[in-house]
Design a protein around this ligand. Structure first.
Ligand SMILES: C[S@@+](CC[C@H](N)C(=O)[O-])C[C@H]1O[C@@H](n2cnc3c(N)ncnc32)[C@H](O)[C@@H]1O
Length: 217
């Protein structure tokens, strides 16, 4: 699967071409390296990540002392901010993105918080036994609903990581009809609420919790 699914002429590339992006969250400046030409979508910060960080920073969800896992972390903004806000975070992406991700995570956590985030390979649907089932308080994902061929594997991953006490937060820009189809799939095993819409960035935030259907009993 290509790491760069967008055509170079896409208008969105403007700010994504900058070699770095800077944010202020949780009383910290987060400075992230970006490298579109080398790693494409995994090495730039997407608006959905910013919206999810804003939501977390506003205290809408408790992070302190919680265990969290981020899927498709890219540059790691969400995982870094979750760690700055007190969570113990596993920050994941596919293997080619990990060196870049690790450097961004390391460079943006103060010495006392280096242990609060660990970077780990997780390709959706693969090797899930390496991650304890249902063990996380929070599963976080920003702009990870965009490749239809990954939807079944992404759903299996969310199901594996979640128990009924887990809160899944997905920040999504719904670009295509097919993205809605993922939400329909998700509703098969999770109760899904649209909890926030950032109109400026056109990003929806969904909160999902695992449900047991009577057919599962
Ligand atoms: C649009 S980027 C979003 C990156 C980051 N979350 C953000 O919002 O800035 C999508 C991310 O999903 C990751 N991804 C795509 N397919 C994946 C798969 N099958 N398994 C794991 N990660 C995947 C990509 O490597 C990339 O980092």
């Amino acid at each position: 699967m290509a790491l760069v699914p967008y055509n170079d002429s896409t208008a969105v590339l403007g700010k994504l071409r900058h070699p770095s992006a800077e944010f202020h969250f949780a009383n910290h400046t987060v400075r992230l390296a970006q490298d579109w030409n080398r790693l494409g979508v995994a090495a730039v910060v997407w608006d959905a990540a910013v919206v999810l960080c804003m939501y977390m920073e506003l205290g809408h969800i408790e992070l302190k002392g919680k265990t969290a896992i981020e899927l498709g972390a890219g540059t790691g903004l969400v995982g870094i901010v979750a760690a700055l806000l007190g969570a113990n975070v596993t920050v994941t992406d596919r293997a080619p993105a990990l060196d870049f991700l690790s450097a961004n995570v390391r460079d943006n956590l103060p010495p006392g918080l280096q242990g609060a985030a660990r970077v780990s390979e997780l390709t959706w649907g693969e090797g899930l036994e390496r991650y304890e089932g249902g063990a996380y308080d929070l599963v976080l994902g920003a702009d990870i609903v965009y490749l239809e061929e990954t939807f079944p594997a992404l759903l299996r991953t969310l199901e594996h990581l979640s128990s009924q006490r887990t809160v899944v937060l997905l920040a999504c820009r719904l670009r295509y009809e097919r993205d809605q189809r993922f939400l329909s799939l998700l509703r098969g095993s999770f109760a899904v609420q649209d909890i926030h819409y950032d109109a400026q960035r056109d990003v929806h935030l969904y909160r999902a919790t695992r449900v047991t259907r009577t057919r599962d009993l």
